[in-house]
Ligand binder design. Structure first.
Ligand SMILES: *Cc1c(COP(=O)(O)O)cnc(C)c1O
Length: 455
């Protein structure tokens, strides 16, 4: 399999090159040059890791099969169930539990694999990398747990001091591995992102310290997420197949879209947003225009510009890279795109979308708990609310986080805390490792240089 950029400026990349490039050099997103099709019958009785191996093989031909198999097995050995992503049926919906990894959110499914892949590739190339990133919560902890203890990799993660949830802060800062550096910035998440961007823009510094990223647009992350759409279908086997996906950056739901292109018989993907509703407006009105980010109970969906959206545009416009390029230029200039006519009809034949308010999020958690005794987190609640609104039966709802990550919202909804998994309860007693720095690019650079020269 070869990979190209959605904007046409990069072609013929191998999987490993696509993985290492992250964002395509022409500013586009990396997509496979073909869509492999699958024979569902051959896959349906496989275990999760067997299935992952079979699907990865379709997209990866530059890693020997034995090595790939080991990478897959190692990546999912950190999950607390052999099913990796179990499916449970509750009150007319299926719940696809994606929170059995080390940080109790779905990002582990991709980042556990990415960490091992990174280590493997660097070892082959006899190289090293210093990963730098900013987080508002979930991504940072999943990236740290993906990379901690890996050879030839250090990871520096910035988060806004005092502005991430208690559980997220503990997850990040209690990691003991020497290659993990937590930096709490006296500022906002936007300040953290601005610092990271400024450092990446200092090309001398970037080269000198071999800075790298593991952000949400990496193709390998999408690839890892395709697997559980197939897995859930085989486990649930509903008469008609619908998935409801709580969406922020359009990464998770795009993986579902890929599964559909590969032949999984999905009738529709149901796209759930919170009040940050740019994607809801896109599906229902063809209006993709950037609004203000508002804070909700589902912080991992508090996003306006969906970083993976460009991949969908590529397929929506029949893989026309020039069209994608001009649309993205238009978007960069005007912060809005408009769609109508047959294009919008096509979007609406593939997606339904619903928007959930804070009140409806809490009501959904409460009602679902009353009916089933099962506690859902506020992100999952958005997907369940959307499934209810859709009127379809037997929708598979992606449960993207464990409720114990968001105990405050759960208490608001049902008056009590969800039971804490042992690994979360134990965090409280662990020692924290974090450096608190001023909101300053030079302070952060100085910190990185000091840590790297001490080794
Ligand atoms: C990241 C995240 C989402 C959104 O996923 P995208 O791939 O950005 O659409 C939803 N729920 C949780 C818990 C997350 O961490």
């Amino acid at each position: 399999m070869r990979y190209r950029s959605s904007r046409g400026g990069v072609e013929g990349l191998s999987f490993i090159d696509a993985f290492l490039m992250g964002l395509a050099d022409d500013g586009g997103l990396i997509v496979p040059e073909e869509i492999p099709s699958v024979e569902l019958d051959k896959l349906q009785s496989l275990s999760y890791t067997e299935l992952a191996f079979e699907i990865f093989k379709l997209f990866i031909d530059d890693i020997p099969e034995d090595d790939l198999k080991k990478l897959v097995e190692k990546s999912y050995s950190t999950f607390d169930t052999e099913k990796i992503t179990p499916v449970v049926k509750k009150d007319g919906v299926f719940i696809l539990e994606l929170f059995h990894g080390p940080t109790f959110a779905f990002k582990d499914v991709a980042l556990q694999f990415l960490g091992n892949l990174f280590e493997y590739v660097l070892d082959k190339k006899d190289s090293y990398v210093n990963v730098l990133g900013a987080t508002s919560g979930d991504t940072g902890s999943a990236a740290i747990y993906g990379l901690k203890g890996k050879k030839n990799i250090n990871i520096f993660i910035l988060h806004p001091y005092g502005k991430v949830s208690r559980v997220q802060e503990l997850q990040m800062t209690t990691v003991e591995d020497k290659n993990v550096f937590n930096i709490a910035i006296k500022g906002t998440f936007d300040d953290c992102q601005a610092i990271v961007k400024a450092i990446f823009n200092d090309l001398d510094f970037k080269e000198k310290h071999r800075l790298g990223a593991v952000n949400s647009i990496n193709w390998a992350r999408i690839l890892a997420q395709i697997v559980y759409y197939f897995y859930a279908y085989f486990k649930a086997k509903p008469e008609k197949l619908y998935f409801s996906v709580p969406t922020g950056n359009f990464g998770d739901i795009f993986a579902g879209y890929m599964a559909k292109l590969m032949g999984l018989p999905i009738e529709k993907l149901i796209l759930a947003t919170n009040s940050n509703d740019i994607l809801y407006r896109f599906v229902n009105q063809g209006d993709y225009s950037v609004g203000e980010v508002v804070k909700t109970l589902s912080p991992s969906m508090d996003i306006q510009v969906a970083s993976n959206f460009e991949r969908y545009l590529y397929y929506l416009f029949g893989e026309d890279t020039q069209k994608v390029k001009s649309l993205m230029e238009e978007f960069a200039a005007n912060r809005r795109l408009k769609f109508d006519g047959d294009v919008l009809k096509k979007v609406q034949s593939e997606f339904d979308s619903f928007r959930v308010s804070i009140k409806d999020t809490l009501n959904t958690i409460r009602e679902f708990y009353k009916k089933t005794g099962y506690i859902i987190d506020p992100h999952t609640a958005a997907g369940i609310y959307a499934a209810w609104q859709s009127g379809y039966n037997d929708v598979i709802c992606l449960a993207t986080a464990h409720p114990a990550k968001f105990p405050e919202a759960i208490v608001d909804a049902i008056g009590k805390e969800p039971e804490k998994p042992k690994a979360i309860a134990e965090l409280e007693s662990k020692e924290k490792r974090v450096s608190i720095l001023d909101n300053s690019v030079s302070e952060v650079k100085k910190f990185i240089e000091e840590k790297l020269t001490n080794d």
